[in-house]
Each structure stands twice: as C-alpha cells, then as structure tokens.
Design a protein around this ligand. Structure first.
Ligand code: NAP
Length: 256
C-alpha cells in the first residue's frame, strides 16, 4: 500500500503498474474532491489513526507499506511507523530533502505557520501564501497585510485574514508564469513551506530573480521507516522484499 498525495506517490504508482506480480493500492487522504487520475486502484479517506491503519493492514493482508506522503504530512507518517511496528509490516519512506538557499535568495527561516505570520512584521505587505488550505488560518493573526493565495479548492469554515484573494489553480507552474504572477499581483513577500523537490520550486527561483524575500517554514520531523530517496529506490526496495518473501510465500502476487 502506497500512502500518497504527492508526485512521488504517483510516480511510484506508474512504476508499479509496469511490473507484473506487485498488487498495489494507493491511499489518498481525500482532501481534494476531484483528485488526479491514477494508474492504480485508489482508496480514499483517513484510516482512523494508527489503530485503524493497523486494522486495515491486517484486513488487506498487506506485505509492505511505502509512505510517499508530503514532507509536511507528519501525522500519517507517525501512524504508519506505529501501525507497521504493531503488525510487523515492512515500511519504506520516501524522504524528500528540503531546498537549500543559494546566492541571491533572501530567506527568513521559521519553525511554523504562526511564526511565519509574525515574521511578516508590522508594516503592511502584499504576501503570496503558497500553503495548504488549513494553514491559512494562522494569518488571521496578521490582518494588517493583504494576501494572495493559490489553491485547488476554496477553504471552508476556518478563520481567515480580512483581505485575501484566492486564485484557484492546480500546478505545475513554470518559472516564467511564476515570475509574471508575482509581478502582476504586486507581491512584496512570499510565504512558503520548505517542501523540497522540483515541482513547486519555480516560485522560489522567481522570487530570487525579482529580489523578493521568502519566509520559509522548516520541515517538521517526519517519522520514517527505511529511508528511500526516490520512487525508483522505493520500487527497488519492494522488489528486494518480494524476493525475500518469495521463498516463504506461495503464489506470484505480492500485495503492497
Ligand atoms: P497529516 O496531517 O499527516 O494527516 C492527517 C490525517 O489525514 C492522518 O492522520 C490520516 O487520518 C489522514 N491521512 C493523511 N494522509 C493520508 C493518506 N495518504 N491516506 C489516508 N489517510 C491519510 O497529513 P496532511 O498534511 O493533512 O496531508 C494529507 C495528504 O495530503 C497527504 O497524503 C499528503 O501527502 C498530501 N499533501 C500534504 C501537503 C502538506 O503540506 N501537508 C502538501 C501536499 C500534499 P487518520 O488518522 O484518520 O488515518
């Protein structure tokens, strides 16, 4: 079973469908009402904590779990560590390293969203928030700024700052488009999670090229199993497991 919701999870799904003998399911949190099409069967929604995940792994006779969730999705990763330890199911975790600043970057590193809101300072800014829906509520504490945010779906039922513009769009966004976006929206500062990886990096290089500061929220500690650095490494790990299990299991199918 692949815990997904990221480009790495989708890439691993594509790799797995081309390998006969691995029977896999992709698990999504169910936050997006119309998720991208996937090449593997998809299950959607929370499991009900580590205990619920443990029950699911037993019920589905799961032989391995790959945690390919986002670097900021720490809860599901903690649940995966606990549930796999409780069931003896091997766990591999795809670790995406954070971005490193380079010459020309003006980053201010902060530990969490409240610190990011405070770091915008007392003077009114026009801030581009490239964050998840739930994380926007932290900026209600800094109503002196005006904000632009870009999301797949509008947030519901959370406190928001009084002046916030929503742009509904789904990436990827290339460098030229990001630069244009920052200029057209008269952005003076960005707030970004240090997500790592190439998919959402163009906004960071666009900010550098315009001399704009970025408030960069550090990755949380993400509990992990066997650390894997790519979807290809995850497939290799699964294939090794499959060989080891092959001697003790009958039949050719392995459920991941
Ligand atoms: P989270 O805080 O770690 O997870 C909260 C709860 O959501 C989990 O306890 C679990 O519910 C459920 N959940 C999360 N991922 C799941 C999955 N793949 N399959 C089934 N249930 C899942 O995670 P999050 O930050 O809300 O992120 C949710 C999903 O969005 C993840 O799959 C992640 O990869 C993706 N995502 C997150 C971010 C981000 O910045 N956090 C960005 C892009 C994509 P139960 O306890 O009920 O099982």
């Amino acid at each position: 079973m692949i815990l997904g919701g990221t480009g790495e999870a989708s890439a691993l799904a594509r790799l797995i469908v081309s390998r006969p003998g691995i029977d896999a399911v992709l698990s999504l949190a169910g936050r997006t009402s119309v998720p991208r099409a996937q090449p593997l069967p998809v299950r959607s929604g929370g499991f009900g904590g580590a205990a619920g995940l443990q029950d699911w792994l037993r019920r589905e006779r799961t032989d391995a779990v790959i945690d390919a969730t986002h670097p900021f999705a720490a809860q599901i990763s903690a649940n995966a560590v606990a549930a796999c330890a409780g069931t003896g199911v091997p766990l591999g975790t795809i670790i995406r390293p954070p971005w490193q600043s380079c010459p020309g970057d003006q980053w201010l590193g902060v530990a969490d969203m409240n610190a990011a809101a405070d770091a915008l300072g007392p003077e009114p800014q026009r801030a581009f928030l490239t964050l998840g829906r739930q994380e926007l509520s932290a900026f209600a504490r800094a109503p002196q700024h005006s904000y632009v945010t870009r999301l797949i779906e509008l947030p519901e039922g959370i406190p928001l700052p009084p002046r916030i513009d929503f742009i509904l769009a789904r990436g990827p966004f290339e460098f030229d488009a990001e630069r244009r976006f920052l200029e057209e929206n008269r952005i003076t500062i960005l707030v970004s999670k240090n997500a790592g990886g190439p998919a959402t990096y163009p906004k960071i290089s666009a900010a550098r090229s315009l001399g704009l500061p970025v408030i960069m929220v550090a990755q949380p500690d993400k509990p992990a199993g066997v650390r894997l650095d790519s979807p290809e490494a995850a497939l290799g790990w699964l294939e090794e497991l499959s060989k080891d299990h092959g001697r003790s299991m009958s039949g050719s199918e392995r459920r991941v």
